[in-house]
Design a protein around this ligand. Structure first.
Ligand SMILES: Cc1cc2nc3c(=O)[nH]c(=O)nc-3n(C[C@H](O)[C@H](O)[C@H](O)COP(=O)(O)OP(=O)(O)OC[C@H]3O[C@@H](n4cnc5c(N)ncnc54)[C@H](O)[C@@H]3O)c2cc1C
Length: 340
């Protein structure tokens, strides 16, 4: 483990904002993690974990030490006739893992293909797409307790997984580093085609009984067509969460805006489409200071010209205020704001 100083982070977040870290190191093994934590403690530095940088808005200068997990070791912990339990290091790329598991005949993750970022960060916001969330497959998460320097396994059911959220994004944010994750996957081919856009795309291509690989390829194709490429137009994916409101508020909005998409949450609440609200408020394609709302997708904030993290947050606040004024609904930012 080697600590560098004054490291530029501009290319380490997909939003591509200018940023630098006072101190920076890469970690793979348990001993690397412990050394990084010791370094932070001995030098009295705050410790920030940066994975693939696909869900963060970075400030100009990140104080303290930025720890970047690397390494893609994967271990088969146990298997039965029907399932496998695997453990993969935090530094592995999530999209690589999804494709690798599908090739090995370990099924379940196909709908989550093409989500950028690392395996260690995937439980942090309970990554989800096309009707599937990682919470369904997390057996446990191996963590380093940053307060006690002890390693521990936390069971999936104790992680507080909800829509785009978990305890790791909330009360545990500065407490645990995720060192590896354990996933239980099916050896029996299984597909989840409940999500309407996915089901329609499969039928449109004549795939009436799709295999897991068909689902993976179809989701990858839909995403490639729908989302701006981060290499061409830096962005951090969906910038706003779909807001959850009471059923009565959802119904009164639906009466005013009959084409507003609504999704059931539970007996009291409905989820609204943030993209619809932003687009209907006239903000799709809106230009801010070097950044804007994508022409391609209203949920995506794009950094068109090296805008700072602060400028991106300012633009997001303008979107939040405009949607609040028009619909009386509060949007919340999905990425984690660091150093602002
Ligand atoms: C084009 C695009 C499309 C996307 N599509 C989706 C989607 O469909 N669904 C979805 O859910 N998300 C999506 N995202 C968001 C993002 O890809 C995921 O949230 C991803 O899991 C973030 O991984 P990361 O390694 O880049 O995390 P980072 O951005 O590096 O970090 C995110 C947060 O997790 C923390 N963190 C990172 N690693 C660890 C660790 N090992 N231990 C503890 N904390 C850690 C960080 O400190 C930070 O708070 C998309 C992003 C982009 C750019």
């Amino acid at each position: 483990m080697h600590v560098e100083t004054g490291v530029r982070l501009d290319t380490l977040s997909t939003l591509g904002v200018p940023s630098s870290a006072d101190y920076f190191c890469r970690v793979t093994s348990d001993s690397d993690w412990l050394e990084a934590l010791d370094y932070a403690t001995n030098h009295d530095l705050p410790l920030t974990i940066l994975g693939g940088g696909s869900n963060v808005i970075l400030g100009d200068q990140i104080r303290g030490i930025v720890v970047h997990p690397v390494g893609d070791d994967i271990e088969l912990i146990e298997q039965t006739g029907k399932s496998v339990l695997i453990e993969v290091l935090a530094g592995a790329h999530w999209d690589w893992l999804v494709r690798y598991c599908n090739q090995r005949g370990w099924y379940g993750l196909e709908n989550l293909v093409s989500i950028p970022g690392s395996c260690g960060a995937a439980p942090v916001q309970n990554v989800g797409a096309y009707g599937v969330e990682i919470a369904e497959f997390i057996d446990s998460v191996r963590v380093l307790d940053l307060h006690t320097s002890m390693f521990a396994h936390i069971q999936g059911q104790d992680c507080g997984f909800t829509y785009r959220d978990s305890h790791f994004k909330g009360p545990w944010r500065d407490r645990y580093a995720i060192v590896s994750i354990r996933l239980r996957l099916s050896k029996v081919p299984m597909v989840n085609t409940n999500y309407a856009a996915l089901a329609n795309a499969l039928v449109a291509t004549g795939l009436h009984e799709p295999s897991p690989l068909d689902v993976l390829n179809t989701v990858a194709a839909i995403r490639a067509a729908k989302l701006p490429d981060v290499h061409l137009m830096p962005n951090s994916g969906s910038f706003f969460k779909n807001p959850i409101v009471s059923i009565s508020q959802a119904q009164s909005l639906k009466a005013q805006y009959p084409d507003l998409p609504l999704y059931d949450v539970d007996a009291q609440n409905s989820k609204l489409s943030a993209a619809y609200l932003i687009e209907t408020a006239g903000l799709k394609g809106y230009c801010g200071d070097g950044c804007g709302i994508s022409q391609q997708h209203a949920l995506v904030l794009v950094n068109e010209g090296h805008a700072s993290g602060a400028a991106c947050v300012e633009l997001a606040q303008h979107v939040i205020n405009t949607v609040q004024a028009k619909f009386g609904v509060t949007l919340h930012i999905e990425p984690v704001v660091i150093g602002l």
